[in-house]
Design a protein around this ligand. Structure first.
Ligand SMILES: [Zn+2]
Ligand SMILES: [Zn+2]
Length: 179
């Protein structure tokens, strides 16, 4: 059976977001071989979530949870009385929260946006990989000292690098964090 695709996390199966493990999905009750292995924010914690229940939104709906924090989306205002700094389609924001796997990070994960849309998360990145992208990433790295940039590694030690790409214009964006 083909695995479902995630528009905003196209490399999800190549990253550490799922583990090969036989089990019964807590949501759909099907016997599955691939278990979700990243954040899910809900009151009741499911033992096992399969990719299908993430992709079709049923896990988020059943557990009233979210994989990515709504307020972690760039431009979304934490204050309900303050307007968001970027005008975005709410359907797209909910796609990030309810139908897209999260990723592993030190701090609360952030979801970057571009062209008024949530970007796709490409994966963990490092200093060498972002070198050829410097021009595109200029706005993101402008205030980062060279020493900090050099410390970015795919394992996140000591600095985590998270590479995104705009689904509309293809421009790359970078988010970083550390312990
Ligand atoms: Zn399932
Ligand atoms: Zn763009």
């Amino acid at each position: 059976m083909d695995l479902p695709k995630f528009r905003l996390s196209p490399n999800a199966y190549a990253l550490d977001l799922f583990v090969a493990e036989s089990g019964t999905c807590s949501c759909c009750g099907q016997a599955r071989e691939l278990k979700y292995n990243s954040s899910f924010y809900s009151r009741e914690e499911p033992d096992y979530l399969c990719p299908w229940c993430i992709a079709d939104g049923s896990a988020a709906k059943h557990y009233e949870g979210e994989f990515n924090d709504y307020l972690g989306i760039e431009g979304v205002s934490a204050d309900p009385d303050e307007p968001d700094s970027i005008v975005m389609d709410r359907v797209l924001l909910l796609e990030v929260c309810e139908r897209t796997p999260s990723y592993h990070s030190w701090q609360q994960e952030q979801w970057l946006v571009h062209c008024n849309q949530p970007c796709a998360f490409l994966g963990y990145t490092d200093y060498a990989e972002i070198q050829p992208l410097q021009a595109e990433l200029q706005a993101d790295i402008a205030n980062m000292p060279e020493r900090y940039l050099q410390a970015i590694s795919k394992t996140g030690d000591p600095v985590g690098g998270y590479l995104f790409r705009c689904v509309k214009c293809g421009m790359h964006r970078l988010h970083t964090d550390c312990t």
